[in-house]
Design a protein around this ligand. Structure first.
Ligand SMILES: Nc1ncnc2c1ncn2[C@@H]1O[C@H](COP(=O)(O)OP(=O)(O)O)[C@@H](O)[C@H]1O
Ligand SMILES: [Mg+2]
Length: 352
């Protein structure tokens, strides 16, 4: 919507991990060369951990798009897969018939498939995203799959991407055998203030923006304070900032409008004054499984027991109501602005 207003040829802050927009911070560069080394080993496991939105899927896609070697890559995004389901899933990702097959049949056809690939001079790579959801037995099954060999050469390499919760899983005492098969690993952290600015400028530049002074330094500070340099949060916020700028016909992003957008986004995302709600606490809200985790409400209250949970749910209902109201208001506002723009356009056309 706002692209042409800012002279852009595409949306600069899309959420899909697009290798074209890959930004290599110092850490990303280091991780990338380490992972490239791992990939050249052609065996075992490569592990990338990092909090939500720090760029794990992006870096993996970028790595895969840069390899010249003949690799057959299959990608799995895991809900909680059992070992049997994993084997089935892997078979179907390799386009092998999986319906009504026993596990041993499936393993056999996977092995044959991998051997054939090898004979054709190719190799297979299994990319398992959101691997923190995998039960230990399933990770163990993955290890078994990586044991397939032909003439002493391993046939399958796996890439595990997961949030920070994956680390304790891999550190568990009974995972020693798995650990020995890890050929490279890295942990992604958010960008620092300078890197975040470079990241934003990089994405704007690759979307065709020629302006270097679009965003003031104070605004960058505010964006950093709000997003902590997590790329996904930066993308979401920047998209809103550009939309706002287009609707308000801003040429430069000074602090005030940026702060206004941040306040709006906060209101929509149930965020306390302190900053973002911890997304892990939002997504893994199963109290029975995680009794040690204290919950923080939007106002910063710690939830210890059922009574508090009820209160929290009550607050959530209120917050959802507010968010819906806010969305409706925003949509009405956008409609109004678009109408105005359209009328102005018609008027200009007439004047021509
Ligand atoms: N190094 C990077 N270069 C360009 N974009 C990035 C980078 N890291 C993250 N992003 C962007 O941030 C968002 C979240 O990244 P993603 O890889 O999905 O994170 P994760 O898999 O860690 O949750 C995506 O929109 C992606 O395009
Ligand atoms: Mg991801």
């Amino acid at each position: 919507m706002y692209e042409s207003y800012y002279g852009l040829n595409s949306k600069p802050f899309q959420l899909t991990p697009d290798p074209k927009f890959f930004f290599a911070s110092k850490l990303h560069k280091r991780a990338m060369s380490y992972l490239q080394y791992g990939l050249s080993q052609a065996e075992g496991f490569i592990v990338i951990t990092g909090d939500i939105g720090t760029g794990k899927t992006t870096i993996a896609n970028s790595l895969l798009s840069n390899i010249e070697e003949d690799i057959y890559a299959a990608q799995i995004v895991t809900p909680k897969l059992s070992p049997d389901e994993l084997v089935k899933m892997v078979a179907s990702k390799f386009n092998l018939p999986a319906e009504d097959k026993s596990k041993s049949d499936l393993l056999e056809s996977i092995q044959k498939f991998l051997q054939q690939l090898n004979r054709n001079g190719k190799r297979a790579l299994l990319l398992v995203d959101e691997a923190q959801n995998l039960p230990l037995e399933t990770i163990e099954e993955l290890r078994m799959l990586s044991n397939f060999q032909l003439n002493g050469k391993p046939l399958l390499q796996s890439f595990l991407l997961g949030q920070a919760e994956l680390q304790p899983i891999l550190r568990a005492p009974n995972m020693e055998q798995f650990r020995q098969r890890i050929v490279a690993s890295c942990h992604l952290t958010p960008l620092n203030r300078e890197e975040m600015q470079e990241y934003i400028e990089h994405r704007l530049h690759f979307a065709g923006c020629e302006r270097e002074d679009l965003i003031t330094q104070e605004s960058f500070d505010a964006i950093y304070q709000f997003t902590n340099g997590v790329p996904r949060k930066v993308n979401t916020l920047m998209d809103r900032i550009l939309l706002f700028g287009f609707l308000e016909e801003l040429e430069t992003f000074e602090l005030e409008p940026v702060k206004q957008v941040i306040e709006e986004v906060k209101a929509e995302m149930f965020i306390s004054k302190a900053g973002f709600v911890d997304e892990r606490q939002q997504t893994h809200a199963a109290p029975a499984e995680r009794p040690e985790t204290a919950f923080i409400t939007p106002n910063g209250n710690t939830i210890q027991d059922a009574k508090y949970y009820k209160e929290m749910l009550g607050e959530l209902v209120d917050a959802l109501d507010d968010a819906i109201k806010h969305k409706i208001k925003l949509t009405q506002y956008i409609d109004k602005m678009l109408k105005q723009k359209y009328q102005a356009y018609v008027r200009l056309k007439k004047d021509d």
